[in-house]
Design a protein around this ligand. Structure first.
Ligand SMILES: [Zn+2]
Length: 426
């Protein structure tokens, strides 16, 4: 007797669909079979896609920015994740400047994250780091964190990490993630919202990414978070193509495909402010043409209330970030169809060492999404604690109907049943 059977759906098995049944017991996928077997509970998925649970490698729940804090905490953010079919997310610690702050930063974040209703893991974040890299990597390993995130910008808030430290990390057996904008090419003091993109130009991203890729092409594993421009993807493809998806990985976000910088000139353009900024329509077009070269899609989910986004007139005073975890897959599926599935599943699982995630196969975690591709959905305010979505009113192809985490149905047909996420060691 199995706990749960997801039957008659179009099941995504390593890149191909097969009409078959998936059987789960004790939280894991135990059998994928055409046979009809006994189950305590059966979910009829006829005509629907049965996909591995999605992995969002980049979220910021309860991110403390001083005056503002990102609106979703681990509870509400992971609930929004469940509605979006995301069954594993990766968040970040606060930035640390020395290895001796690492343990506390990791443990304090783990404590906050226990409220999550889906599985999660963490990246360690560095500020302007001047500690012992060897010891730092050792602590990450012991605590089950397989990735370290740095910023090449934000010297104004003491978060810029030197290229020298970055090179030392690349020599270690750990994934280096980078927010890549060349510090000298960024203007952190910026008044006008309409021209905000000029304060963080495409050249700033391309310069930093190129420097990092040069370092990573001799040693290490490099993951560029939230690539914002098609030109950057093309540059990496042209100059470092042989490393792409082997030791160099590119992540981008739904907003760099769905929104463009002309929105900054519109009324309330401030609600679209994030870093790196939205890009021109030409860059968005180039991004779409190069989707095949991106490894993953992360949301950089970091929403603030409309009132908070609109509190200050000056671009540099507005809290940066938007939310999209609830819609990320639908938005990207609408644009790219089945091609996008591995970027939400097997690819982030492999890059981040989530060994039992990202595939529907015997022995993998019972994390499954049932997706109806045949209905269209208009995006609404959603279940996030944030009171608006930049995507409100947008039509998407398909909808997440059911989300199963660790073998339990946590969301079905718009009803949330609650869940208990676990910290996944990597
Ligand atoms: Zn981020």
């Amino acid at each position: 007797m199995f706990d749960l059977g997801i039957v008659k759906g179009k099941v995504y098995l390593d890149g191909k669909f097969a009409e078959t049944n998936v059987y789960i017991r004790d939280g894991s996928i135990e059998k994928v079979s055409d046979e009809e077997l006994d189950c305590e509970r059966t979910l009829d998925a006829k005509g629907r896609l049965v996909l591995p649970g999605f992995i969002d490698p980049h979220v910021h729940f309860s991110l403390d920015l001083g005056e503002f804090s990102s609106r979703d905490d681990f509870e509400s953010g992971s609930r929004a994740a469940a509605f979006g079919g995301v069954t594993t997310f990766l968040d970040f610690t606060r930035p640390i400047h020395n290895h001796d702050e690492a343990l506390e930063a990791i443990r304090e974040r783990k404590k906050e994250a226990v409220k999550s209703c889906v599985d999660y893991s963490l990246h360690l974040t560095l500020g302007n780091f001047s500690g012992d890299v060897e010891k730092l990597v050792g602590i990450c390993r012991e605590e089950g964190l397989g990735s370290i995130k740095v910023f090449t910008a934000y010297s104004e808030s003491n978060r810029r990490c030197s290229y020298e430290v970055i090179e030392r990390i690349l020599k270690k057996d750990i994934l280096l993630m980078s927010h890549s904008e060349e510090d000298e090419l960024v203007s952190p003091v910026w008044d006008e919202v309409a021209t905000y993109e000029e304060s963080r130009p495409v050249e700033a991203e391309m310069t930093a990414v190129e420097r990092l890729c040069i370092s990573a092409s001799s040693k290490g594993r490099l993951y560029i978070v939230h690539v914002s421009s098609g030109s950057t993807v093309e540059m990496v493809k042209d100059k470092f193509g042989q490393f792409l998806n082997r030791s160099i990985f590119l992540e981008s976000c739904p907003h760099y495909f769905n929104l463009s910088s002309d929105l900054y000139g519109k009324e309330n353009g401030r609600i679209y402010l994030m870093a790196p900024p939205l890009r021109s329509k030409d860059e968005v077009k180039k991004m779409k043409e190069n989707i095949g070269f991106l490894s993953t899609v992360g949301t950089d989910h970091c929403p603030f209330m409309k009132e908070e986004k609109l509190k200050y007139e000056r671009a540099d005073k507005v809290p940066k970030g938007i939310g999209s975890i609830e819609y990320s897959f639908s938005l990207m599926y609408t644009l790219f169809g089945n091609e996008i599935i591995p970027k939400f599943t097997s690819s982030p699982a492999e890059i981040f060492g989530l060994r039992k995630k990202g595939r529907i196969a015997e022995g993998f975690d019972g994390d499954i999404v049932v997706y109806d591709e045949n209905i269209s959905r208009e995006i609404d305010g959603g279940v996030s604690k944030c009171d608006y979505s930049v995507y409100e009113g947008k039509e998407t192809r398909g909808k997440v109907v059911t989300t199963i985490s660790g073998g339990r149905i946590i969301m079905d047909d718009g009803t949330f049943y609650g869940g208990r996420g676990r910290f996944i060691r990597r």
